[in-house]
Design a protein around this ligand. Structure first.
Ligand SMILES: Cc1ncc(C[n+]2csc(CCOP(=O)(O)OP(=O)(O)O)c2C)c(N)n1
Ligand SMILES: [Mg+2]
Length: 582
């Protein structure tokens, strides 16, 4: 079994030849951009062979969906632009969901996709479809290489498109007549730069508006920061934390912004949005959010879930909005426009605040901290019953209360969509250097396991934990074989509730009944894991949780925890509250 760390260390590095085949030129360009891994399945063939020759390691996924989710998580954990590759036609279509997620979540990825030879265009060549049309709704940039002379130019354009401005997916189509050509051509040695990191370019927002924003924040009665995933992508954690601590402003986060501040900090509100119902971590801080008079949004799309369908944030507050994408600024809340990189703009704002009289901020600090401290205790009291429940099947809050104790200070914590995202956001604290990955771009099922794998490849020394539902996990079981084959070691807890709970609970809450598709038949996930050579541990009563977690986190390979879970566990989503006592 290959070891990820060793492969990193044995990366080839040599001088670049002046003449090479086109496939070698692709591989050399990728090597110049520091690409260490390609998520692929052997296509485009010549390019993958040439990459292999250069020591670029292919992570051979079982399904293209999963490969693209691995790539996204790799980007989120490494700060680099990942590369995913696929054959033309059916394989290419399977990249669509992953690219859609990256587009909406603003994560960069370069997709290298085979295309039919140019002289076969429009002849019904094998597996030919119009890839430009296919990808146009899910990528920032889709181009086909028109002539072999421009290979290096187009590779660099693809990385530029993915990593610049608002990061996102770029698709480069590689016609087989160009990629399979075995003649030698000049390598464009003029191009020397590595541009496979993001943000590629940083620019600060308008200085005059930053001064104005500083005045608003200094003079506000009850200011608040509401931080989204854009702050994390920008690497603005220390800037957000300095503003919080040194200017005494409370900070709330979106689900994707979780981890931007330490949730044990006395001025951290925690994650807010559509899950502030009964037993929600931030339920008791809803008044603080709704009474804010100046709200600084950072890298925040003000989307439906983050705003509880645009009902959570106060209508009459003044908004300041920092975002790299001018279209996000003022999208749903008219705002003082700070279009720029979050890290640089927050640093400039902090400096501008230093020139303001912050007496109001400091005099309010004790009372804000007191409100937050009391709200945390009130939450623990409200959730006490489920967090300490000895019931079987297991209450997920009980599992997470124990998990929180076992996770390390720098664990990477991954959620699948559905309730796994809601549970982790509410019940696992972002403390220390913990990093959270949520697929909230389009909230699709099946991202959990592959994202955990991509995270582990990016950060082989860190431990990776993933929580997924049994419905979502079934989308990607096959990647357990990839874990085994590629030596990717992650711990996945599967909420085995034998239902599509989010779907079922939503139907029950709204219509009082549900369709037959919501109820699954029992699945033995230990057997699924073991069929792929991966360890499985069944946990069907709360007293087994601690030992199972200890065993899983100490194990050498990947581990699946099959958590026999209560199908009646109601999440803190207000409209589902009516199911509490059903
Ligand atoms: C790819 C995809 N298909 C369907 C949905 C709709 N959907 C959202 S949650 C859900 C149920 C998920 O069930 P499971 O993964 O078992 O998690 P649970 O809610 O039971 O914890 C469904 C079907 C989706 N979000 N993504
Ligand atoms: Mg389920």
């Amino acid at each position: 079994m290959a070891n990820l760390i060793q492969t990193n260390e044995t990366q080839h590095s040599g001088t670049r030849p002046e003449m090479a085949t086109n496939a070698q030129r692709f591989a050399l360009a990728l090597q110049r951009h520091g690409v260490k891994y390609i998520f692929g399945q052997s296509n485009p063939q010549t390019i993958m062979l040439a990459c292999m020759d250069l020591g670029i390691r292919q992570i051979g996924f079982r399904q293209e969906n999963a490969g693209s989710y691995m790539a996204q998580a790799y980007a989120m954990c490494s700060g680099e632009v990942p590369v995913v590759a696929a054959q033309n036609g059916p394989a290419a279509t399977l990249l669509v969901p992953g690219l859609a997620e990256c587009l909406k979540a603003s994560h960069p990825v370069v997709a290298l996709v085979d295309d039919v030879p140019t002289n076969m265009d429009d002849k019904n060549g094998f597996q030919d479809i119009d890839h430009i049309q296919l990808f146009s709704g899910v990528a920032k940039w889709v181009k086909r290489i028109v002539s072999e002379e421009r290979i290096e130019d187009y590779i660099d354009m693809a990385f530029t498109a993915a990593a610049s401005g608002r990061p996102g997916p770029a698709v480069l189509l590689c016609p087989k007549n160009i990629a399979y050509d075995t003649d030698l051509y000049p390598v464009r040695t003029q191009r020397k730069a590595n541009i496979s990191y993001y943000p590629l370019d940083r620019a600060t927002a308008d200085a005059a508006r930053i001064e104005e924003a500083a005045q608003w924040l200094a003079n506000a009665e009850r200011p608040m920061l509401y931080v989204g995933g854009g702050a994390i992508s920008s690497g603005a954690l220390s800037e957000v934390r300095l503003l919080q601590e040194q200017c005494a402003i409370p900070v709330a986060t979106t689900t994707m912004g979780k981890g931007s501040v330490d949730e044990n900090h006395p001025l951290s509100i925690g994650p807010i949005g559509y899950y502030m119902g009964t037993r929600g971590a931030t339920k008791f801080l809803k008044p603080m959010v709704q009474e804010a008079d100046v709200i600084l949004l950072v890298g925040n799309r003000t989307n439906q879930n983050g705003t509880d369908s645009w009902t959570l944030l106060p209508e009459n507050a003044k908004y300041i909005h920092i975002d790299i994408d001018p279209m996000e600024v003022g999208r749903n809340y008219e705002a003082l426009r700070l279009v720029g990189d979050a890290k640089l703009t927050l640093a400039a704002l902090k400096k501008a605040l230093g020139k303001q009289d912050l007496a109001k901020r400091f005099s309010n600090r004790a009372s804000i901290e007191d409100t937050i401290a009391k709200a945390r205790i009130a939450h623990l009291n409200e959730a006490q019953d489920v967090m300490t429940s000895n019931d079987s099947p297991i209450k997920i809050e009980r599992f997470l209360a124990e998990l929180d104790q076992k996770l390390s200070d720098d664990h990477i914590i991954v959620a699948d969509a559905s309730l796994s995202s809601v549970w982790l956001a509410n019940y696992i604290k972002a403390t220390g250097k913990r990093k959270f990955l949520f697929p909230r771009g389009i909230a699709g099922l099946g991202w959990g396991l592959p994202m955990a794998m991509g995270a582990k490849i990016a950060k082989p020394v860190q431990k990776v934990f993933c929580l997924t539902g049994d419905g979502g996990f079934a989308h990607v079981w096959s990647e357990l074989e990839t874990c085994k084959r590629e030596g990717i070691n992650v711990v996945v807890a599967v909420i085995n509730n034998e239902i599509l709970a989010y779907q079922k609970l939503a139907e029950q809450a709204r219509w009082g009944r549900n369709t037959n598709a919501c109820d699954l038949t029992p699945v033995d996930h230990v057997a699924v894991a073991e069929a792929c050579g991966v360890k499985g541990i069944r946990v069907d009563s709360p007293d087994q949780i601690a030992a199972a977690l200890d065993e899983a986190f100490a194990a050498e390979g990947s581990v699946i925890i099959d958590l026999i879970a209560d199908p009646h566990n109601v999440p803190p989503i207000p409209f589902m509250g009516i199911l509490e006592n059903v």
